[in-house]
Each structure stands twice: as C-alpha cells, then as structure tokens.
Design a protein around this ligand. Structure first.
Ligand SMILES: NC(=O)C1=CN([C@@H]2O[C@H](COP(=O)(O)OP(=O)(O)OC[C@H]3O[C@@H](n4cnc5c(N)ncnc54)[C@H](OP(=O)(O)O)[C@@H]3O)[C@@H](O)[C@H]2O)C=CC1
Ligand SMILES: O=C(O)C1=N[C@H](C(=O)O)C[C@H](O)C1
Length: 267
C-alpha cells in the first residue's frame, strides 16, 4: 500500500516515514510539508534517518495524494481540515492523528467520510486503546462515589491541552458512567475552586522536557483509589498503529472509524 505522509518534517512525520520503511506491505508514496519550509526537496528517508528512499519532500499535496492509496496525517487542525477535502476528492484512506480539533473542525471533517475511509484517534497505540476499554469498564463498575481524574504529561512543544488521549479517556469514562461528557467535564482549576462537584470528570495537564506521553486515570473513592495508566516509551507505537489503521481501512467502506474499530475493541 503506497501511503503519503503529510507534515513529513514533524516529530510524528519522521516517525511515520521510519514505520513505513520498517513494516511489511507498505511503502512511502509521498512526503508533504508546507510551502517555504527548509526541508522541501530533501529525501524523506534521509530526513527520517533511514537513508535515501527516492521520495523528495514536496509542497504539492494534490498530485501526491492522487498517486497514493492513503494519507497519514499528524499535523495541525487547519491542515487536517484541508487534507480531508483532498482525501475525499481522491477517495483514499485518511488516517488522522492530529489532536486539538474543535467541534467545528470535526463538523467540517466528518462529511469527508462519505467518500474517504477515515480513521481518527487521539492515540493510535494498542496500549492506550486497551486502557480506554478498561477505563470504560471501571467507570461502569464504580459509582459516583469515585471521582474520576485524568492526568496527561507531555513534552514542552505540545500545543494542545488536555491531550487528545486524555479526551479519548474522558469519553470512555463518560460512556462507562452513562453520562454525557460535554456536561460533566472539569477542565480549569485555579484559585478558590470550591469543593469538587460529584460525578464530574476532571482533567490536569503537565508539560515539560521530552516526555513522549504519559496518561493516568484515577478513580478516587472512599478510602481507596484505583489508578490505570499508560507510559509511551517511543513515538513508533503511534506510527505503527497509524500504518496498521491504513492497512485495515483499505478494505472498509467509506466512513468515519476509530482505532477501537481497527483493533477490534469497539462495543
Ligand atoms: N493520535 C496519536 O497517536 C498522536 C497524535 N499526535 C498529534 O499529532 C500532531 C503532530 O504532532 P508532532 O509531530 O509532535 O508535531 P510537529 O509540530 O512536530 O509536526 C507537525 C508537522 O505538520 C506540519 N504542518 C502543519 N501544517 C501543515 C500543512 N498545511 N501542510 C503540511 N505540513 C503541515 C508542521 O509544519 P510547521 O512546523 O511548519 O508548522 C510540522 O512539520 C499533534 O496534533 C499531536 O498531538 C502526536 C503523537 C501521537
Ligand atoms: O503531541 C503529542 O506528542 C502526543 N499527542 C497525542 C495526544 O494529544 O494525546 C498522543 C500522544 O500522547 C503524543
């Protein structure tokens, strides 16, 4: 399967190029960056540290996407909206790892699922998607005497908070509890916050150094606390997950899918 990487010079872009080089049944069909970046024209394999692959970094997504079967997209919300139009036009697979997307961004992207096969997840790793299933189960078993708090820790260059993974875990907790997440989130705490409201799902975010991504979900109840957590040791877990998602999506109908669908963890 020929796959294009957009945002090729980014942290995940480089990890995705390495994954396509390492994994069977896939190859790098194109590497896209935004106009004006210094990496344009550079060999994508050299950029990613795996040696020459004969694929230069380009700023022409239209022609690259037309010549591939899918796009691996870990960029930024505005870029992902634009790429969703192109993958719908080309009727190819679009794997979206970009986080920090607003409801308005998602509303714009969802219709593309009528033509493209879209897999979107705030975290493409097996471990986090299994964690989400466990969080759903724990939240269903423990009543609102157990306060749910979600903590994410990431590197200093991350621009969005809570992380996409934290939001995915919040969604899983809300589903388990049978409550709508939007009305039950506690996001900002500063100053005299008052007593913690019962039944809400709280978030906290730490940013610093080179932390790849740590997440924990705490169920804090009367006289006992249960914590479920995941520690990412290398970005390749996300990149390998994204490639697996593309291979899976190739055989699906156009639609909007999650990583839980890919991994067979959806209800
Ligand atoms: N779902 C998951 O499993 C994971 C998701 N992520 C998410 O992926 C995203 C990227 O993360 P990361 O790689 O660390 O970030 P980086 O900033 O390192 O990479 C993003 C890249 O996309 C490029 N880009 C932005 N807009 C465009 C555009 N219009 N056309 C082409 N390229 C563009 C950026 O260029 P420039 O620098 O010039 O803006 C940059 O090179 C984030 O939202 C992050 O949260 C990360 C890891 C795992
Ligand atoms: O920006 C990152 O780096 C990561 N982003 C994703 C998120 O927002 O949860 C996934 C991973 O934790 C790394």
């Amino acid at each position: 399967m020929r796959l294009a990487v957009v945002g090729a010079a980014g942290r995940m872009g480089r990890a995705l190029i390495r994954a396509l080089h390492e994994m069977d049944g896939v190859c790098l069909g194109g590497a896209i960056e935004r106009p004006g970046v210094p990496e344009l024209g550079e060999d994508a394999g050299v950029l990613a540290g795996v040696g020459p692959l004969g694929v230069p970094v380009s700023d022409d997504p239209l022609s690259v996407i037309a010549a591939t079967e899918g796009v691996l997209d870990f960029t930024a919300p505005a870029a992902t909206r634009h790429f969703a139009e192109l993958t719908a036009q080309a009727r190819v697979v679009h794997v979206i790892g970009t986080t920090g997307m607003s409801e308005a961004d998602l509303a714009e992207i969802r219709p593309a699922g009528r033509h493209a096969r879209i897999v979107r997840s705030g975290n493409m790793s097996l471990g986090v998607n299994l964690l989400a299933a466990l969080v759903r189960q724990a939240a269903a078993a423990l009543d609102a005497d157990f306060d749910i708090e979600i903590l994410d820790a990431h590197h200093r260059n991350k621009v969005d908070a809570p992380s996409g993974t934290a939001l995915l875990l919040g969604e899983a907790a809300a589903e388990g509890r049978g409550i709508p997440l939007a009305e039950n989130e506690l996001r900002d705490r500063d100053g005299i916050t008052g007593v913690r409201p019962r039944g809400k799902i709280g978030y906290a975010a730490l940013r610093g150094g080179t932390v790849i991504g740590d997440h924990s979900v705490m169920f804090a109840g009367p006289l006992e606390t249960l914590t479920l957590s995941h520690h990412a040791q290398d970005r390749q877990i996300f990149a390998h997950g994204a490639v697996k998602a593309a291979l899976w999506a190739r055989d699906q109908k156009p639609g909007f899918y999650s990583m839980a669908d890919v991994l067979g963890l959806a209800d």
